[in-house]
Ligand binder design. Structure first.
Ligand SMILES: Nc1ncnc2c1ncn2[C@@H]1O[C@H](COP(=O)(O)OP(=O)(O)OP(=O)(O)O)[C@@H](O)[C@H]1O
Length: 259
């Protein structure tokens, strides 16, 4: 059983310089994510959602502020945090099995590790594809390999950056059900960036709505609906309407929009 810990973002500010011009991207971001919670982040394109995930995983550094897990500063390249991107980023020359085990410290896996890989292949429904290569898999299957690869080191926090963005609508709905099952089995804390408001409501305990750049947290909406969630229930549709309103206040629409 994993010892889950609270993820805390304290006063996160991030700026970039492009051609000596300063671009403020994130401003005063404060957020506590409860151990085992599923939180989604939505916001206008380019506001800084992926930047926030990159800060948490240590691919970039905040200009000001601190990121804590269980009260400790997160270390760079820690196995305590895993990430899945929109593209699966698998190594095409490696099998599914080798892709999943690539990041593990020991090249020669113990029997326990081998059993763990088998369990994760089963978890993502790919037990019969261990020897397949990425080009022999569908887009949804490739993303499932990425999820298994991110989970194999038993991260306490899993970051998902638009993981289903490149999938067709039906596969996407299927993967949303799958990630709910995986989250309930694995019991990680999950932070998901998505543009899909229905996806955010379907999956999350809370939805964070971010503002235009420099992005602040504009609103945090709790999703107190029982799981499995019914996308057509009155409460789901009510919440969707509320979040659409928040969201579309943030972006300039080139056409009139009503819900
Ligand atoms: N390495 C970088 N150098 C300079 N600017 C960057 C860098 N990475 C991101 N930015 C800038 O930070 C801003 C936020 O980018 P980010 O990718 O975090 O947005 P996003 O909210 O995830 O966007 P989208 O929803 O379109 O994927 C953008 O203006 C982008 O140009």
């Amino acid at each position: 059983m994993k010892n889950l810990e609270q993820l805390s973002l304290h006063n996160i500010n991030k700026s970039f310089f492009i051609n000596n011009k300063k671009i403020d991207v994130l401003k005063d971001i404060n957020l506590d994510v409860t151990p085992g919670e599923f939180v989604s982040i939505i916001g206008p394109s380019g506001c800084g959602k992926s930047t926030l995930l990159r800060l948490i995983i240590g691919l970039s550094h905040q200009t000001i502020g601190s990121i804590l897990l269980g009260g400790r500063e997160l270390q760079e390249s820690t196995h305590e945090v895993g990430i899945v991107f929109q593209e699966s980023r698998l190594f095409p020359w490696l099998s599914v099995y080798k892709n999943i085990t690539f990041g593990l410290e020991n090249e020669h896996l113990s029997q326990k590790d081998q059993a763990d890989v088998k369990e994760h292949l089963h978890l993502v429904g790919l037990e019969n594809f261990a020897d397949a290569y990425p080009s022999q898999l569908s887009g949804g299957m490739q993303q499932r390999v990425s999820i298994a690869r991110a989970l194999i080191s038993h991260p306490k926090v899993l970051l998902l950056d638009e993981p289903f963005g490149a999938l067709d609508a039906i596969t996407r709905i299927y993967m949303q059900q799958e990630i709910t099952r995986i989250w309930q089995t694995e019991k990680s804390t999950i932070l998901l960036v998505t543009h899909d408001i229905d996806e955010a409501i379907f999956l999350s305990d809370r939805v964070i709505v971010m503002s235009h750049r420099p992005a602040t947290i504009k609103n945090i909406i709790s999703v107190d609906l029982p799981r499995p969630r019914d996308r057509n229930s009155y409460d789901f549709l009510l919440l969707r309407k509320k979040i659409y309103k928040e969201f579309f206040n943030e972006i300039e629409m080139p056409f009139s929009f009503s819900i």
